[in-house]
Design a protein around this ligand. Structure first.
Ligand code: DGY
Length: 325
């Protein structure tokens, strides 16, 4: 039986399925991934989570490794270049989490714009003394401009939800989306136009070092003073300290964050600011989505170790296959 390492025991159904076909090592039960991998250098498959750094050293320890199936759509935790060099396939979990993640982005847009968390805290503190015309006034979404940075699957799903709230959508993307422009009236703009004009900016780019701190001090300063910044993508896309400073200096500016630059650490200033809504990386966290993600990783490992091409190879792998065809 081929050896497979599962970084974390999460879904019983997935674990049972893996045990049927493979000699399974669960890293959680062996002191974590860095401790478990050297004990199983013969591993042919690895199921990693986005919180597991799968770097050059770790990959190099598994000489027979054929596949890394990442339990996430983003895979910036993996040294893809090293995996490609060694012919180790890498898969991810696109599509199944699009709706759940877009729902959460929309929840953050609403929560940050309408002061939902402050309202909740207000009631719980016993200070609610009856309706008041000026109590916790927020920002209206109807007619406001949503700027989507990265019009991929999740960006589009978020834009469609916002459209239902009456928002006008502009987007910044490498490639034009004429079909979406025609069908939904979305407008493609430059990055500068987007950050200057949007009332809400929602970030949906995959992370790579080239876009580290895309949202930095200068960019926040160019945004509207009462804009809302939403990040459900990856923390290092923003300079978290710069965002915290900007929020602190501009009470009217808002943020809704699901991801952080150095997870699980969260900037101290951010943590005490009322104009930031902070969630613990819950983008895909629904029962159904997480189960589907788990089963997708199992399927990817079974396909790869059964000699088939896994369905959800990352784009870099697909490009390599195209080039060698
Ligand atoms: C992903 O899959 O990349 C998401 O961040 C999970 O919530």
């Amino acid at each position: 039986m081929k050896k497979v390492i599962l970084a974390h025991r999460y879904c019983d159904e997935a674990v049972e399925r893996l045990r049927r076909d493979f000699d399974l090592a669960v890293a959680d039960e062996e002191g974590g991934l860095p401790a478990c991998v050297p004990r199983h250098p013969d591993a042919a498959g690895l199921i990693s989570f986005l919180s597991d750094p799968v770097d050059h050293d770790l990959i190099s320890l598994m000489k027979r490794l054929k596949i890394i199936a990442n339990f996430a759509v983003g895979y910036n935790n993996i040294d893809v270049e090293c995996a490609l060099e060694r012919g180790v396939m890498v898969t991810h979990t696109p599509d199944v989490l699009t709706a759940a993640t877009a729902d959460l982005a929309m929840a953050l847009i609403l929560a940050a714009s309408r002061r939902v968390i402050e309202g909740d805290a207000f009631v719980r503190s016993g200070r609610f003394a009856g309706w008041q015309a000026g109590l916790l006034l927020g920002k209206e979404l109807n007619g406001a401009i949503l700027g989507i940075v990265g019009m991929g699957r999740i960006g589009l799903a978020t834009a469609l939800r916002a459209r239902a709230c009456g928002m006008k959508v502009v987007y910044y993307s490498r490639s034009a989306k004429p079909r979406l422009e025609k069908k939904f009236g979305f407008a493609r703009v430059t990055f500068l136009e987007l950050i200057r004009s949007a009332d809400v900016v929602s970030l949906h780019l995959p992370y790579s070092p080239g876009v580290r701190h895309l949202f930095n001090r200068d960019v926040f300063a160019l945004m509207k003073r009462d804009a809302v910044f939403i990040n459900t993508a990856r923390g290092p896309l923003m300079d978290e300290q710069a965002l915290a400073d900007h929020l602190e200096a501009n009470e009217g500016f808002g943020a809704g964050l699901d991801v952080y630059e150095n997870e699980p650490a969260v900037n101290e200033t951010l943590r005490r600011l009322k104009n930031a809504v902070l969630l613990p990386h819950l983008g895909s966290a629904t029962e159904r989505t997480r189960r589907e993600m788990a089963m997708m990783t199992v399927q990817a490992v079974r396909q790869a170790l059964g000699g088939r091409r896994p369905r959800h190879l990352i784009p870099e792998w697909k490009e390599r296959l195209k080039a060698t065809r």
